[in-house]
Structure formats: structure tokens, C-alpha cells
Design a protein around this ligand. Structure first.
Ligand code: MG
Ligand code: MG
Length: 264
């Protein structure tokens, strides 16, 4: 069942999400060729703890019971989601999706941004632009009285119209005291179908979009998810509250985009 949030709870959710956004902006300052994902993980964990929060992802179990070993998911190039930060230096032309979660004062924040490392190819910029645009189209559809399928339809239609693939195995979710609450929020669907959207509902919308085919494969570590065709994937995520009759974006890319500069 879904948990509708009060005004006070939405403000606590906003604080947790603003901390996640600030963490991603802190990482944006450090992302460059030669930097390793494990270094970024240390920076993120320290930043979250220094602000009185817990990194939600650290120790989070997968369906096989294996705890996630880090505070961020760092998914480079063909890795779609759940990349474990490692010691491989980033290269000029890479992309890295950093998904981050924090628990602050009993509520969760969850947001993801795909960063460019140096100069990336135009085809990859097209993927990033399409994915980010689809996130905002999904958010625009998140109105009380509409349904979960309206969000998925908006994301899917935009990505497919731009020649990109929509990953189906992983979806967005309700969020609050738990990182994953009801309902699931797929990045595909049909208008007018699925759960009714109501004021007070907090959800994470998170398109996971591919440059090539949408099929994925799980690596032997049972966390890392890659595209089957090894083409690049992008992942952008905001946590929103449906609030006063409209979507209220609780996380923010503003600081990240100031630091990254306009690339697409
Ligand atoms: Mg996330
Ligand atoms: Mg999420």
C-alpha cells in the first residue's frame, strides 16, 4: 500500500533530497579523467555523514541477500545501474551515472545524474539529453487524478521517438521512510492505466535509457547491470511529491548543472 505524506513529512523529504542533490553537486566538482569511482564514493559518504545523514545504499541488500558495499552506485558507460565503485580511473569521453541515497531525520532522498567525463561523443550527448528530457516529461504527467501509466507513457514515448531504448526490468518507486515503497513507477506504460496519483504521494521517477537495444544483463557480482549490446546507458532520477495539485520536485539538478556547464 502507498503512504501519503503530510505537509511536514514532505518538508522532511525535501531536506533529505536536497542533501542528496548537494552530494551529487559535490561529486560534480571532482569528476574528471583519472579520478576513480571509489574516490567519488569516499567523498559522497563523508559528505552525507558530515551532514548528519546515513548513506541509504550502503548495506542495502539485493534479492540474493548481498549487501551493496558502497554509498553510491557508479555506473560507467554500458553499465545501466547498480555499478559498484571500483579503482578503474575514468577516461575522457566516458559517462558515469551516480545514483545516491540518504536517510535524514527518518526520511529518504534518492536522485541520480549521468555526468560527462571530459568531452563525450554527440551520440552520447543525444542519449543524455533525451533521458533527462524524458524525466521532466514524466514529472509533468505526475498530476493528481492521473495514473502511473501516464508517467510511463510520457517517458517511453519521448525516448522511443528519439531512437533510444527503455529498460523495463528496473523501475521508479514510491519513497518515504523506506527507500522503496509502493507504487512501482515503470518507465513505460499506457495512458490512463495503473494506480491513481494523489496529493501526498512521493515517488522517484528514474528513466534508465539506452543508446542501443534495451536488453540488459546482470554481471556475476549480482549487482552490476549492463546493456547486452554494450552500448551506453543513461539514468536520471528525481524524487517528487505530488503536492497542492502539481508535481513538486524535491531533489534538484541546479547546482550540478552550474558546475557541469551546458553540454547539451
Ligand atoms: Mg536512485
Ligand atoms: Mg530510486
Amino acid at each position: 500500500m502507498e503512504f501519503l505524506k503530510t505537509e511536514d513529512e514532505i518538508e522532511l523529504m525535501r531536506a533529505a533530497n536536497r542533501l542528496v542533490s548537494a552530494t551529487l553537486a559535490e561529486l560534480a566538482k571532482h569528476i574528471a579523467p583519472g579520478v576513480t569511482p571509489i574516490e567519488l564514493d569516499r567523498i559522497a559518504e563523508m559528505f552525507i555523514r558530515d551532514h548528519g545523514a546515513e548513506p541509504t545504499f550502503k548495506g542495502f541488500p539485493n534479492p540474493y541477500g548481498a549487501p551493496f558495499p558502497a554509498s553510491i552506485c557508479a555506473s560507467v558507460n554500458e553499465t545501466v545501474v547498480h555499478g559498484i565503485p571500483d579503482n578503474t580511473p575514468l577516461h575522457d569521453g566516458d559517462i558515469i551515472s551516480i545514483d545516491c541515497g540518504a536517510l535524514l531525520d527518518g526520511f529518504n532522498g534518492d536522485s541520480c545524474y549521468t555526468f560527462c567525463v571530459g568531452e563525450v561523443k554527440p551520440a552520447i550527448l543525444h542519449l543524455l539529453k533525451t533521458t533527462k528530457e524524458s524525466l521532466y516529461k514524466g514529472i509533468e504527467a505526475a498530476l493528481p487524478g492521473k495514473r502511473i501509466g501516464d508517467i510511463g507513457d510520457a517517458v517511453q514515448t519521448h525516448c522511443q521517438a528519439n531512437g533510444c531504448g527503455v529498460v523495463r526490468e528496473f523501475v521508479g518507486h514510491g519513497i518515504g521512510k523506506e527507500m522503496h515503497e509502493d507504487p512501482q513507477v515503470p518507465n513505460f506504460g499506457k495512458r490512463g492505466r495503473g494506480r491513481l496519483l494523489k496529493n501526498g504521494l512521493c515517488i522517484a521517477i528514474e528513466p534508465m535509457i539506452t543508446l542501443g537495444k534495451p536488453q540488459i544483463i546482470m554481471m556475476p557480482d549480482r549487482w552490476t547491470i549492463k546493456t547486452r549490446d554494450r552500448q551506453c546507458a543513461a539514468h536520471f532520477e528525481h524524487t517528487i511529491a505530488i503536492h497542492n495539485g502539481k508535481p513538486d520536485i524535491l531533489s534538484s539538478f541546479d547546482e550540478i548543472e552550474k558546475i557541469e556547464g551546458k553540454k547539451y
